[in-house]
Write a protein that binds this ligand. Sequence first.
Ligand code: MSP
Length: 532
Amino acid sequence: MSKMFYLTTPLYYVNAPPHIGHSYTEVAADALARYHRLAGRETFLLTGTDEHGQKIAQAAADAGKAPQAFVDEVGERFKALWAILNISHDDFIRTSEPRHVTAVQQLLTRLKDAGKLTRAEYQGWYCTPDETFWTEAELITHGISTSAPVCPTCQRSLEPAKEEGWYLKLRANQEWLRGFVRAHPDFVRPQTRYNELLGWLAQPLPEYLCITRPKARVSWGIQVPFAPDHVVYVWFDALLNYITAPGYVSDPARFASLWPAEVHLVGKDILRHHALYWPIMLHELGLPDAQMPKIFAHGWWRIGEQKMSKSLGNIVDPAAVVGGLLKGQPFAADAYRYFLLREIPFGQDGSFSEEAILKRLNMDLGNDVGNLVNRTLSMTERYFGGQLPFQPIGQLNVIGGARAMADAAIALQASYAQRMESLDFSGALEGVMGLATQANQFIETSAPWKLAKQPEARAQLTQVFAALGDGLKALSVYLTPVMPSVGAAIWTQLGLPGRPRRLEDAAWSVSAGERRIAAEHPVLFPRMEAVA
Ligand code: MSP
């Protein structure tokens, strides 16, 4: 089996239903997976849910439910949302599944037997929401007073705690990790996050990471096979999913066809776990440097200018956006996906508002794409009886702009591919929208409604529509990773069979002869009134 393009999302905590932040990582991962499939690569997208730990046990207790019943229920909300958003994952792993639990236990035992774990007892402080144990020395490194200590990550107050358990060596691996990171400038993207990682590595790391929790404090977790009173620390358990799902323990051949991950997509808040702990875990398990994954850490959505939080009551439910705000839109899920990836450059923070979504819908999608498709196809009906004309590209007129139109559609392929490969979704979409704008301008300057009135201009009119046909087909291909249903709808409206399957589909002339466009070409993006 040849190596597949393997990419992952974080495993979402099922302590509460999914929100826009979760859907952001997921939609980005899906668009990237669809792009790589379109580019002809065997691709594997892994997603799932993180179901253990104190936070989830607490949420289950608050809901008056047993933890397993609770995570089953909330987990379904994630699956249902991914169905609404048309996520094409190849596997969905839940950390409470036996395939994961047994693999984690085996890996722990392997580490212990190899002498990689240390048993010890530490006096320190615990952050319950973050499930993180801090020693006094670490708090001091972060400039935090130990008389009324707060969590260095989330600033909430800490509880005194004595942590007895099993520890993974961090400091002892720091030199290795620093060397690895320096030698692999693409280990973490974007550059700002890579620099952040270098900054962390310039300071001494904590000596150890405690990877077990006493059951007295946290009972909802994976049983540590060699310590009856302990469960596995939730992050240690969850990170391992990236290798348990592809079969590191159970199916080495399958694992070899997937690992290492080409990219772990994560939010910037969980970079530390992915860029410090995870490579050290893999290194301790004995994976060589060439088997280290790569990471991309994206930015965060604010709601207007506020942080999204339960206490502010401003949590955005993507299902409500798609089924409520965008109700009546034939391609509501695609419009939502487009908004997420177009609105802010991937890697930066941004602000979510209903106005901003409707603006993108009416302007980019309605005015530019929808209008272009609609007018081109209506005029094809009117002037050509629905037969979209064909001209080999070499015979398209230079004068009049037909050749330039078709060339632009083809030329976009290189920059589009380069941007998608580097996860520059907003840049890629900007280029695609540029093509739509160019096509609309081409219609204005060539004024088919005038040409249609002049019998001697028939050849020129044919040229214009042959070039527009190429432009629309390219548009449908390039839109497909981010807007799969819209890409397929444009393709079908053009009268093409199936749906866009290959990036190269953008670069051939619409048909070897005339093509009958679809009899029906309903409006793709009906205009919506701005929210009051
Ligand atoms: N369970 C851990 C991940 C374990 S991975 C082995 C976790 N889960 S989470 O549900 O809290 O977050 C999952 C993802 O959602 C993260 O990538 C996080 O960055 C993203 N987002 C959560 N809120 C967000 C925003 N407001 N904006 C953008 N993404 C954010 O962390």
